[in-house]
Ligand binder design. Structure first.
Ligand code: NAP
Ligand code: HSE
Length: 430
């Protein structure tokens, strides 16, 4: 229901919270004109009351306890910008929803793990949860899926959803620097989450993919079913060999519904260097949505940062101010199916990097082993190794089933002429 004034309680005044307060303060007249409602902040909460945040919060009531803020009579909507899967973010969200107050959040970890229960709680109390900012920062991808593409049976959702990983991978390539050096650089620049494994382990991006998959396929959010692989094992050698073959390495999320169930994966993959995904540089995100009627939509933009993320937070606030009522994951929570998780069986080409002893018949053994698993070689390259008795070999396969590839890789590791474990990465031609 639309009100003359929408009163926000903001918990969390860090990067995103500060940006949100700035938009409310700087664009009050514009927001009111666009929504027909006066949007005001009445109360705020953070850990430290005395911290200088570069914004004036003196007009707002202060609460040390986010739950107390959520329960205040002068708060209509809780804006949760603290983060965390459990703890105060979950407690404050539950407190608000239980009182029938809608919640706007940027917290993908909370929703990826507790999304279904929280959506049920929201609907039971006539409240909404809005989370545009939780996925791909400033890119309005939740709105695109929930509203703009509502008439499509979605076929695939994929993309680069973690800016830090994309920064690390593109910087490794452009500067020719090893992973550890660029990881440290990203840390020094403040790009990494407090727990860096959330970024480089693919967890943050996996949370985002799980949320999009739920909307796209009408299923209960199931983060545990996302096959996760981080970027920590990617070497500068892989990046330059992939470039030689016309590819870039990206931490790529892919969700699709198959006859076997819902496939969700977040792992380093090769994409064509000339494709929009291949050309994605630095901390930018790109989400590709494919629907039966619309075909392919590509959305690109800032996936993080104060302004872009606050922009998404406030878009949700504007919807609430306009009286727009949407189910959390695009359809009533009770109608979301519990999808059977499926490991990816969709055939795709693979990049294989091997180190071979330079002995007669070594390459023939590799080709035979791949052939025995039904895998056909598309392209192969052996690199100069005049100063070593091992040869770096790169193979691009024709499309093959992931199971067959796994079998071939374990057989390859048994061959005496193959040194160390082969590196195998999927190639996604998007
Ligand atoms: P942040 O800069 O670390 O800020 C977190 C804020 O929460 C701080 O103001 C902190 O207080 C407050 N806080 C933490 N624990 C609290 C508690 N127990 N009680 C009250 N306040 C508490 O985080 P952020 O980067 O703004 O991220 C906020 C949320 O947005 C997270 O869910 C994150 O995943 C999501 N997100 C962030 C970005 C981004 O670009 N940063 C992009 C998309 C989504 P103090 O300031 O006093 O320490
Ligand atoms: N750590 C995230 C990223 C930002 O690097 O994309 C918040 O979603």
């Amino acid at each position: 229901m639309r009100k003359d004034t929408l009163r926000l309680g903001v918990v969390g005044l860090g990067t995103v919270g500060t940006g949100t307060v700035k938009i409310v303060q700087n664009h009050a007249a514009m927001l009111s004109a666009r929504t027909g409602t006066s949007i005001e902040i009445t109360a705020v909460s953070a850990r430290s009351r005395s911290k200088d945040r570069g914004i004036d919060i003196s007009a707002y009531a202060w609460e040390d306890d986010p739950v107390a803020l959520a329960k205040r009579d002068d708060v209509d909507v809780l804006v949760e910008l603290m983060g965390g899967t459990d703890g105060p973010a979950k407690a404050a969200t539950e407190a608000a929803l239980s009182l029938g107050k809608s919640v706007v959040t940027a917290n993908k970890a909370l929703l990826a793990v507790h999304g279904q229960a929280l959506a049920e709680l929201a609907e039971a109390n006539g409240a909404q949860i809005r989370f545009e900012a939780a996925v791909a920062g400033g890119i309005p991808v939740v709105k695109a899926l929930t509203e703009g593409l509502a008439a499509n049976a979605m076929t695939r959702v994929l993309g680069v959803m973690n800016g830090t990983c994309n920064y690390i991978l593109t910087r490794m390539e452009s500067a020719g620097l090893p992973y550890d050096t660029v990881f440290q650089e990203a840390n020094d620049l403040g790009y990494l989450e407090a727990d860096p494994n959330l970024d480089v382990g693919g967890i943050d991006a996996g949370h985002k993919l799980a949320l999009l998959a739920s909307i796209a396929f009408g299923t209960q959010v199931d983060f545990d079913a996302v096959a996760l692989e981080g970027i920590g094992a990617i070497t500068i050698e892989d990046i330059s060999r992939a470039a030689d073959m016309g590819y870039k390495i990206k931490l790529l999320g892919l969700a699709q519904m198959t006859d076997a169930g819902l496939q969700q994966s977040m792992r380093p993959c090769l994409v064509p260097a000339s494709s929009p995904l291949g050309q994605l540089e630095g901390g930018t995100n790109m989400v590709v949505l494919e629907g039966d009627a619309v075909g392919q939509i590509v959305m690109r933009g800032a996936g993080a940062g104060e302004g872009p993320t606050a922009s998404a937070v406030m878009a949700d606030v504007c919807d609430l101010a306009r009286g727009i009522d949407l189910p959390v994951f695009g359809q009533p929570a009770a109608s979301l199916a519990k999808a059977a998780p499926a490991v990816s069986a969709t055939p795709c080409p693979y990049y294989l990097r091997l180190t071979l002893r330079d002995e007669p018949g070594a390459l023939a053994q590799v080709a035979t082993t791949l052939g025995n698993s039904g895998i056909s070689i598309d392209r192969m390259r052996q690199y100069d190794h005049s100063d070593a008795d091992t040869a770096p070999v790169l193979i691009v396969t024709h499309a093959c089933a992931p199971n067959d590839l796994d079998r071939a890789v374990s057989a390859l590791t048994q061959i005496a002429t193959v040194v160390g474990a082969p590196v195998a990465l999927q190639i996604q031609n998007v």
